[in-house]
Design a protein around this ligand. Structure first.
Ligand SMILES: NC(=O)c1ccc[n+]([C@@H]2O[C@H](COP(=O)([O-])OP(=O)(O)OC[C@H]3O[C@@H](n4cnc5c(N)ncnc54)[C@H](O)[C@@H]3O)[C@@H](O)[C@H]2O)c1
Length: 436
């Protein structure tokens, strides 16, 4: 099948490479010329395990190509995916300008029938809005094409995006009664359906809501365990044991019950806030979602407060991990973005190490941050080391070497990676989350 994917970011690029891997002919379109230049040369502009290999293989096979010109990607295209960003507006609603500009451009240029698939995360009703815009522009051109807009939200996780795309838990497709669109989507996803991946059809509105509902539910699980971590700190108890104790109940499950400094990243904070904004528009308070967000903010603040209270004036601080989670270079809504500027403002010195995100971090963090090339270098002469991202490289750090490198003894574990007893026995003061 001939596919066009507009927007080659974390979602669009991974989708493009995976659809090509599954045998489809894919053209990726992006307005970012530098990105397209890199992609054409077989270089991934983002860090995502396994992606570059797929990119190179499918460029070589001729099934995958890239352009900045939408007009070049439209002839013969049967299915067009819109995978552009939908960042938050100031009032936390989703900024749909990029989605609408893709709709408008497609409607201006198209000269045949096409299925327009919205892969971006968009509020309920956006598909309807897109369809109206496209129909109106096509009518102004005095043309008539079959151009249904359907919803196919994306659930991949950064850091395991390739595996998630090739082996998704489910594929959700929202179509309002268009048989042709349904058949094309069945054909498109047939390679995955053959491997028993569920392809679930529903209305376009339901599919749009499923995406926000999934992220909000996962964020709620995180906030739930984080809320209990505070209870453990105040009343006794170990949050790891609580998580294990409830997670072994099959109805609850163990995943997303890991206490830490709260969720970050490009999706959870934005989608939780956007869902609340959708609720406001419809005059619905959505109280559980509001509590999820409030707990997340509180969790981060109280961890920061504890460490700010504990460190000396003009301290030297080693930061371990900058990206919002391991295995990605994505800095969006990473805790490091909140903490590091605060530390620098208070005249502390910050030495930071992250295995892949330092280049991106340097673009968004104050220039005073000193970037180094190993965990121990970040810890050199530090009064305190703060683990913000649970990259594997931090798990195996030699405690004797760490002690020798540091000036102070404080270890703040924002991800509950370490065993507190072991760390204290090695001569450190330890501050985790919901653990003694
Ligand atoms: N990142 C994730 O983990 C993830 C997971 C699931 C869903 N989503 C959703 O998918 C969507 C895309 O997210 P992302 O993280 O891939 O964004 P991104 O910012 O990484 O990529 C978006 C890309 O679109 C390009 N673009 C913007 N306007 C364009 C236009 N008019 N024409 C062509 N290209 C254009 C940008 O240059 C950029 O390369 C968002 O709605 C997001 O909420 C993201």
């Amino acid at each position: 099948m001939k596919i066009t994917i507009v927007g080659t970011g974390y979602v669009g690029l991974v989708s493009a490479a995976c659809f090509a891997e599954l045998g489809h002919e894919v053209i990726g379109v992006d307005i970012d010329e530098a990105k397209v230049k890199k992609l054409k040369a077989g270089q991934s502009p983002i860090y995502e395990p396994g992606l570059e290999e797929l990119l190179v293989r499918n460029l070589e096979s001729g099934r995958l190509s890239f352009t900045t010109q939408l007009a070049e990607a439209l002839p013969q295209c049967q299915v067009l995916f819109c995978a552009v960003a939908t960042p938050p507006n100031e009032d936390h609603t989703a900024d749909l300008r990029a989605v609408f500009s893709v709709c408008d451009a497609v409607a201006e240029l198209i000269d045949h029938d096409l299925i327009f698939v919205n892969k971006s995360t968009v509020p309920v009703g956006t598909g309807h809005e897109c369809e109206k815009r496209i129909a109106s522009i096509v009518a102004k051109r005095k043309k008539k094409f079959h151009l249904p807009v359907i919803s196919n939200p994306e659930f991949l996780r950064e850091g395991s995006a390739v595996g998630d795309t090739l082996r998704p838990d489910r594929i959700i497709v929202g179509i309002n009664g268009d048989e042709k669109a349904r058949e094309l989507m069945e054909e498109l996803y047939q390679p995955l359906v053959r491997t028993e991946r569920p392809l679930v059809f529903m209305s376009r509105e339901s599919a749009e809501i499923v995406k926000y509902a999934s992220n909000a539910f996962l964020a709620t699980k995180i906030s739930f365990i984080n809320m209990l971590s505070e209870l453990c700190e105040a009343g006794g108890g170990n949050i790891r044991d609580i998580a294990k104790g409830i997670g072994l109940d099959e109805r609850i499950g163990p995943r997303f019950l890991h206490a830490g400094i709260g969720y970050g990243g490009s999706c959870f904070p934005k989608d939780v806030k956007a869902l609340l904004a959708i609720g406001r528009k419809l005059d619905l308070p959505l109280p559980i979602i509001q509590a999820t967000q409030d707990v997340n903010t509180h969790q981060r603040e109280r961890f920061f407060q504890k460490l700010l209270n504990a460190i000396p004036e003009n301290a030297s601080i080693g930061i371990w991990g900058l990206s919002f989670k391991p295995n990605t270079d994505d800095m969006r809504e990473a805790p490091s973005l909140d903490l590091i500027p605060m530390l620098l403002k208070m005249n502390h010195i910050v030495r930071a190490f992250d295995p892949v995100a330092m280049e991106n971090a340097a673009k968004v963090l104050p220039k005073e941050v000193v970037y180094v090339s190993s965990p121990l270098e970040a810890a050199k002469d530090a009064d305190a080391v703060i683990l913000l991202t649970e990259w594997d490289v931090f798990r195996g750090v030699d405690l004797k070497e760490l002690k020798a490198a540091m000036r102070g003894r404080a270890l703040f574990d924002g991800r509950n990676v370490y065993d507190s007893d072991e760390i204290r026995e090695a001569g450190f003061t330890y501050q985790g989350i919901g653990v003694k």
